[in-house]
Design a protein around this ligand. Structure first.
Ligand SMILES: [Zn+2]
Length: 101
């Protein structure tokens, strides 16, 4: 995926209400998943700001989270997360391809 794709998905997310209850949207052939970044970096072994899917963030009862947007995969979600927290890392459970630990 190139940078242009990241920018366009990020813009798309801004037109959505993150609390509308929709965890996924389908654009063309891509399923876009909703991602959040945990604003409490102390609640994981590596002390990173971790990126989660909406589903997993709710499962973990994360209280302080920032809506990142809809992305086709966790790698792109973490790239955008790094603009907010430079130490952003993918959750080992729901974002394994972006997890560095
Ligand atoms: Zn997770």
């Amino acid at each position: 995926m190139n940078k242009k794709t990241v920018t366009s998905t990020y813009t798309l997310s801004l037109s959505f209400d993150p609390y509308a209850g929709q965890a996924e949207i389908i654009t063309g052939e891509n399923i876009m998943t909703m991602y959040y970044i945990n604003q409490d970096q102390t609640n994981n072994p590596g002390y990173h700001h971790e990126v989660h899917t909406r589903e997993h963030a709710e499962e973990l009862h994360i209280q302080r989270k920032y809506f990142l947007g809809f992305f086709p995969n966790e790698v792109e979600a973490v790239q955008v997360g790094k603009r907010i927290y430079s130490d952003a890392d993918g959750c080992a459970v729901c974002c394994p391809r972006a997890h560095r630990g």
